[in-house]
Design a protein around this ligand. Structure first.
Ligand code: UD1
Length: 429
């Protein structure tokens, strides 16, 4: 069995460089399918979700050439199938972006119903609604999604009932090559949505308003890439290191990030007592005292990101006073609180609310990664706790964090990757 062993406590100090954004890359990789030719991508994170995407693209006929582990050329000239393997697409949620991208190019598309982190019910009704508005027929049967069109998709007004990152990106993908104009209202505004639009626009798409409440897409007949495209830095990886720096009472310069994207996290860290200095493409976080209690509510961007709430909870576990987290996006996102209780946290979660009373210390325990971000929170808890924290189910963490063990190790953490089956122990330095 694979695990990370974190020998705590420690104080993080030094510099860390952030990788490309997972949530942008998982939409931009399928977006390359809209081009009957080559796309050159830089700053692509080397994480298991992205490696899974390469496998899917290759199974459809894409030729992928690696310049290095973060830079690829994807040639989709010979893609001639839009029937994606159930085995490959059911592994992770973001495979649903294949629907929008492939519908732009093919009459019949098939993928599995999305898998991924267990955060509660994860409906795709708004994605389906968007495709149907554009003229496609969508059927969900036996664990698969079948989308068909008799002719080219036609631009249309689309009003999303809920603010959904996935549905917004899928609607953009499907509308890019549609005939006529599509206006999508009540859209999500996350940085990765803007990045997807920028990538498509760099190839000749006509997408306006990404990052605002309404996105207008004038369909074009084809796309072609003139120069390489670099994916934005990962907002959540940045936030994870910001929290880790603060809670370990450290001093860390986080490089290759976009401070503007971090505003909701920065504001909460300052409220907790951290010092946050912003530079053009880096952020320095330091802290020299016990965190003050705070409350936060997760909201769509520019609100506080749901993907940062498990990590922020570690600050509250050792804060002065009692804080509260309200989760408004995913109903099952507090499963990780049972793991923190094993480490001595005073935490009670009911429904969408967790109340956390600060304790003097956390103590090492064997803990599970319930999902990707919860797993990152367990590592941070291990950095603060006394003793050797064993973090299990790390495949979740490896889906979304490139070289996480190495990056923490370079900041002074004593962390090892251990594989009990092969007796491998890697001190990550
Ligand atoms: C969401 C987060 C994203 C985060 C990701 C993984 C928001 C707005 N989105 O993105 O930041 O990276 O989880 O944690 O914060 N919904 C429907 N019907 C649909 C699609 C979604 O009802 O067709 C609902 C979901 O149940 C959820 C909400 O809308 O309550 C947001 O979902 P959505 O943004 O689509 O999820 P992700 O794209 O996975």
């Amino acid at each position: 069995m694979e695990k990370f062993v974190v020998h705590g406590p420690c104080t993080l100090k030094g510099e860390v460089t952030i990788s490309g954004a997972k949530n942008a890359a998982v939409a931009i990789l399928p977006a390359t399918l809209l081009v009957k030719g080559k796309c050159h991508l830089e700053n692509v994170p080397d994480i298991s979700d992205i490696r899974a995407y390469y496998e899917i693209l290759q199974s459809l006929g894409s030729k992928i050439t690696f310049i290095n582990k973060n830079e690829v050329i994807i040639d989709n000239t010979n893609v001639n199938s839009a029937i994606a393997s159930y085995e490959l697409t059911s592994k992770f949620r973001a495979s649903y972006y294949l629907l929008g991208a492939l519908l732009g190019r093919f009459d019949k598309v098939q993928i599995s119903l999305p898998g991924g982190c267990n955060l509660g019910a994860r409906p795709i009704d708004q994605h389906i609604k968007a495709f149907e508005k554009l003229g496609a027929t969508v059927e969900v049967k036996s664990g698969n999604v079948y989308a068909t069109r008799k002719e080219k998709l036609k631009g249309a007004p689309i009003f999303l009932d809920v603010v959904s990152v996935g549905a917004t990106m899928n609607a953009i993908l499907a509308a890019t090559l549609a005939e006529g104009t599509t206006v999508i209202e009540n859209v999500a505004k996350e940085p990765h949505i803007v990045d997807l639009a920028n990538f498509l626009n760099s190839m000749g798409a006509k997408i306006k308003g990404a990052g605002t409440d309404s996105i207008r897409i004038t369909g074009v007949s084809s796309l072609s890439q003139k120069s390489s495209y670099s994916i934005i830095p990962d907002q959540i990886e940045t936030g994870t290191f910001m929290v880790a720096a603060a809670v370990t009472k450290g001093d860390v310069l986080i490089k290759n990030c976009i401070p503007k994207h971090m505003e909701p996290v920065t504001a909460k860290l300052i409220e907790a007592g951290a010092t946050v200095e912003e530079f053009e493409s880096s952020i320095r976080v330091s802290m020299n005292r016990k965190p003050s209690a705070f409350s936060l509510k997760t909201m769509p961007y520019p609100g506080f990101p749901t993907d940062m709430q498990p990590q922020m909870s570690i600050l509250l576990c050792v804060c002065d006073g009692t804080g509260m987290i309200v989760e408004n996006i995913w109903e099952s996102r507090f499963q990780y609180t049972d793991e923190l209780a094993k480490m001595g946290a005073d935490i009670s979660a009911h429904g969408t609310t967790a109340i956390i009373k600060g304790v003097d210390k956390l103590y090492a325990a064997p803990v599970k990664s319930h999902d990707l971000r919860a797993g990152a929170a367990m590592i941070i808890a291990g950095l603060v706790a006394e003793g050797d924290t064993e973090v299990y189910d790390i495949s979740h963490i490896l889906r979304g964090y490139e070289d996480i063990c190495l990056k923490f190790s370079k900041l002074g953490a004593n962390i090892e990757y251990v594989n009990d089956d092969t007796n491998e122990v890697n001190s990550c330095d």
